[in-house]
Ligand binder design. Structure first.
Ligand SMILES: [Zn+2]
Length: 335
């Protein structure tokens, strides 16, 4: 992109958005937050449940551990982590957990025991978990469920032992009131197709947007309205335009949030409402059309979307993009 064009688009982005936090819905008091902390090329996701349990999923590379811990302590000075989940042993996920264990109290630690935690860093993290006083260690087996303050969490990845650590990534489904979210680690096609199915509102694009993930059938299976990508926008060409186009081809109205452009991305929920704030600017539509171009436009769209409400014959209490979602019959179409 030419510099003048880049400056223009940056300028536009600031014109249409507030300088600090941008709300896609009017803010009210939330009960639960799910926050993607910007750790460049890596993942670090912090969840505060309605009853105040603090959950951390991954912590970026070793170099990001301090950033993550400092961030958490700014939320609550003496925060303990009720749950720490390590999705898989790759350095961009497990590396920062070393600093987390050294600087915070962890009560429960989940990791996939079928993945090989054999690198020096991964081994150190497991050792620290074992030494952490009072910390219980669990295999993050698929179908494990726990709930906290009305929010339900479930690991939905396949129980198969893959030869690739990425495929053994823990995938976490979160359900709170009218919000459903799927977090995916670095899952790729095999594990995606084996994962338990849910229709979700928000999907973390697996493996930082890699083309080896986000198959068309996976997108259809989880039917997201919004996707979030944890990426620096550079390493390994993530996110891939090919993969982004699969979402666009499925539904051109899917909003995209990505940590390299939006900074920290926070989902807030009350059980009845949910919204997304970012500390840069608002969501983008997928506008890339050919592989090799991953440009997206800034600002949120105001185009009319049609949604479908339950016609009274299913237990669904939400609006859906499809008239037959969740087995609805006689759905009511509305804009
Ligand atoms: Zn990764």
């Amino acid at each position: 992109m030419k510099l003048s064009k880049k400056l223009l688009s940056l300028g536009l982005a600031f014109l249409i958005s507030a300088p600090t936090y941008v709300n896609s819905y009017p803010a009210t008091k939330q009960d639960m937050t799910i926050e993607f902390i910007d750790v460049g090329a890596g993942d670090a996701i912090y969840i505060e449940t309605p009853s105040g349990d603090d959950i951390l999923i991954d912590a970026g590379t070793a170099g990001n551990g301090k950033k993550v811990v400092d961030y958490l302590k700014r939320q609550e000075k003496s925060m303990d982590l009720e749950y720490v989940i390590s999705t898989h042993p790759d350095a961009d996920h497990v590396g920062g957990l070393k600093y987390v264990f050294q600087n915070m109290k962890v009560k429960k630690f989940y990791y996939p025991k079928d993945a090989s935690y054999s690198t020096k860093t991964a081994k150190e993290v497991i050792d620290l978990a074992k030494k952490e006083s009072g910390c219980k260690i669990y295999d993050a087996e698929s179908s494990t469920k726990f709930s906290s303050g009305g929010a339900k969490l479930e690991f939905v990845h396949s129980s198969k032992n893959y030869s690739s650590d990425n495929e053994d990534s823990v995938m976490t489904y979160i359900d709170y009131g009218n919000l459903e979210v799927l977090l995916t680690g670095d899952a790729e096609n095999g594990s995606e197709s084996a994962a338990k199915k849910y229709n979700v509102d928000i999907l973390q694009m697996p493996h930082h947007g890699s083309a080896g993930s986000s198959s068309s059938s996976f997108i259809k299976k989880f039917d997201p309205e919004k996707i979030i990508i944890s990426t620096d926008g550079k390493k390994y060409g993530h996110p891939s335009a090919t993969a982004l186009n699969r979402y666009k081809n499925y539904d051109k109205n899917i909003d995209v949030y990505r940590t390299d452009r939006n900074g920290n991305i926070k989902i807030s929920a009350t059980g009845k409402k949910w919204w997304i704030n970012t500390n840069k600017y608002s969501s983008q539509k997928i506008t890339s059309t050919k592989p090799g171009s991953n440009s997206t436009s800034s600002g949120s769209s105001s185009s009319t979307k049609y949604v479908y409400a339950n016609g009274g014959s299913s237990s669904s209490n939400k609006y859906h993009k499809s008239a037959t979602a969740h087995g609805m019959k006689g759905a009511i179409k509305m804009s």
